[in-house]
Design a protein around this ligand. Structure first.
Ligand code: G3H
Ligand code: ZN
Length: 288
């Protein structure tokens, strides 16, 4: 059964988006599970290459399986920004449900070539969702100095059509003025919604559109982007910020506390709160 593609299809038809939240430890996973339980929302747990290495691909697969069996909820495990065929293959072999190959730093031809190879391999292994990326997304999932977005960074609507035709990916991450991370001293930029509209029109629902860089993006832009076809939104930095802020405060307020699970309780709560807010904003609450 195509669980994930069904989730995306429903989101596309009913104009809401599914949050893909990055994780690298059990506390973050718990925070998301608690938010899912409260909000009744489908969810994607994503690990980047670094996060996958830290928690272990097989290890996170086993943890997610336990939660899935216990709850029966659609909790999807996704590889975020896999940058090589080998890394994507490793995730597939570890049992990930969904993978992204990010060839956005490569030439168009090279991006198409490797994405195609991954789609062929992943299909054979029964992977439901393969995400490609086109256009260049600046920034990193951290609090950083402002970065300038250039016209040439944005996804080209015509090229996007060619990319989909050639690679046959299920989902496409687009660059429409979004950035990874949050700016230190100024607000994150607005999205180029006209560009998104043009991309979406050209693709005519042949692919699920993905918005990376969900942190710090103006809320009204997120809502409009969902109306214009975005069905998956990736969020990392805001969760990392909530985590570290709560951890620092707990350690400061309780200097003699040495029990790890007690120290982590307010941290889990802080991350859960951000996840709940995002689920509400994306409109995926009460969908399971
Ligand atoms: O792939 C991960 C996301 O695009 C995260 O972006 O750190 O700006 O929320 P963010
Ligand atoms: Zn991203």
């Amino acid at each position: 059964m195509k669980i994930m593609l069904d989730i995306f299809k429903k989101a596309q038809e009913n104009k809401y988006a599914i949050g893909a939240f990055n994780v690298s430890n059990l506390e973050q996973i718990k925070a998301i599970i608690q938010a899912v339980q409260k909000m009744k929302s489908p969810v994607i747990m994503a690990t980047s290459e670094g996060e996958s290495k830290s928690i272990g691909k097989k290890q996170i697969k086993a943890i997610i399986d336990v939660y899935r069996q216990e709850t029966g909820w659609p909790i999807i495990l996704h590889l975020d920004h896999g940058k090589s065929f080998e890394v994507v293959k490793e995730a597939i072999e570890a049992g990930y449900d969904s993978v992204q190959f990010d060839g956005s730093e490569l030439s168009f031809e090279e991006n198409v070539r490797i994405t195609k190879k991954i789609v062929e391999f992943a299909r054979e292994k029964g992977i439901e969702n393969i995400e490609g990326e086109m256009g260049y997304l600046r920034g990193k999932s951290a609090v950083q100095e402002a970065v300038e977005i250039k016209e040439e960074d944005l996804t080209d609507p015509k090229q996007a059509q060619e990319f989909i035709k050639e690679t046959k990916v299920d989902s496409l991450a687009v660059a429409i003025g979004n950035i990874h991370g949050v700016f230190k001293s100024t607000k994150n930029p607005h999205l180029f919604l006209d560009r998104l509209e043009e991309i979406n029109k050209g693709l005519a629902n042949k692919v699920f559109l993905v918005l990376h860089g969900g942190s710090g993006t103006p809320e009204e832009d997120i809502k409009k982007a969902i109306q214009l076809g975005i069905v998956k939104i990736n969020v990392n930095t805001e969760l990392r910020m909530a985590y570290t802020k709560a951890l620092k405060k707990t350690l400061q307020d309780n200097p003699s506390q040495t029990t790890p699970y007690k120290i982590m309780l307010p941290v889990i709560e802080a991350v859960q709160k951000v996840v709940e807010e995002k689920i509400k904003l994306f409109g995926s609450d009460n969908k399971i």
